[in-house]
Design a protein around this ligand. Structure first.
Ligand SMILES: [Zn+2]
Length: 319
């Protein structure tokens, strides 16, 4: 459904991304208002019976040092190209997928709300640009419970933002984050995040329902486990063609981890397990010619894997 092209072959794309990175840095220091950063417009396409729209929640601006402990900053700069920003920072997009299927309007993850500064948390502007009323969303399906995936489901008023939706999370993921004493058992660096996740899950309350891997969440939407980034992380496969896998954070950055699936990502809970999940997901996707959509890949995050030199090359879609 798309023509392959090599990465970074468009000067316009490169220039826009560089501009956005500089603008994001200026916004972070208060030198530019948030509105100076243009939001990527909704990107619509079809897959099988699904009418899909990629909605940008904006970007995260993160230090290169968190990408992988196995790589030097110079390794990462060589691999990541246009995603690298001044000051040894990099841009990580946030690609939220909206799917119309049957009578449902489904959102896969919900963005970061205000938790990561002014360059993220723009999902509701993207919904407006797409002409979608948040009240019309019927289901919100999470890949995992990290803040940049679930906090868009909670409003500034402390209530769920999607008034008429049910919320769906893998049972293993929900069970991992649920113990009341979890924050006292995780590493110190995870404590505040753990408490934030638990507060968000408490807001969703009994509107949150769990599912198991191996079943369909909705007709045509399969689930498989990709543990490691979080203990209960899952990916979703949308039926149609050779399949389209919404991979969430199973592969958190495309140019680094296609080439080095076993490298640990700085935000992986269990890097070795995450590496195994990445390798098997990429093996499967390359062999079956499946499309993939990455939550944090260069917008709109749609592409596929080709086996190359014992690892993989990322081939972005030409939408
Ligand atoms: Zn994420």
């Amino acid at each position: 459904m798309f023509r392959a092209k090599t990465q970074n072959d468009g000067h316009l794309v490169l220039n826009r991304r560089r501009f956005m990175g500089v603008a994001a840095a200026l916004i972070a220091t208060g030198a530019l208002p948030k509105t100076a950063l243009a939001l990527a417009g909704p990107q619509r396409f079809t897959h099988g019976a699904f009418d899909l729209t990629v909605l940008s929640d904006g970007q995260l601006n993160l230090p290169l040092s968190i990408v992988s402990p196995q790589a030097t900053i110079d390794d990462l700069k060589a691999l990541m190209g246009a995603a690298v920003q001044p000051g040894d920072m990099f841009t990580s997009e946030i690609n939220v997928v909206l799917a119309r299927t049957g009578s449902d309007l489904v959102l896969f993850d919900t963005g970061a709300a205000g938790a990561f500064g002014p360059t993220a948390g723009q999902l509701f502007e993207s919904l407006k640009a797409a002409g979608v009323d948040p009240a019309d969303i019927t289901k919100v399906i999470f890949t995992h419970a990290h803040p940049d995936h679930i906090l868009g489901a909670i409003g500034a008023d402390g209530k769920p933002t999607f008034a008429n939706a049910s919320f769906h999370m893998a049972e293993n993921e929900f069970n991992f984050w649920s113990p009341a004493d979890l924050a006292s058992k995780v590493p110190a660096g995870m404590r505040d995040m753990t408490l934030g996740i638990q507060a968000a899950l408490a807001v969703l309350g009994d509107r949150l329902v769990t599912f198991k891997a191996g079943v369909e969440v909705l007709p045509g939407i399969g689930v498989f486990e990709t543990p490691g980034h979080t203990p209960g992380h899952v990916a979703f496969e949308l039926a149609g063609g050779d399949g389209l896998v919404l991979i969430g954070d199973s592969i958190p950055q495309e140019s680094v981890f296609f080439r080095n699936p076993e490298w640990t990502f700085g935000f992986d809970y269990d890097g070795a397990q995450a590496g195994k999940s990445r390798r098997s997901l990429l093996d499967m996707a390359a062999a079956s010619k499946k499309e993939m959509l990455g939550y944090h890949w260069a917008y709109p995050g749609l592409g596929r894997a080709e086996a190359k030199d014992g690892a993989f090359a990322y081939v972005p879609a030409n939408l």
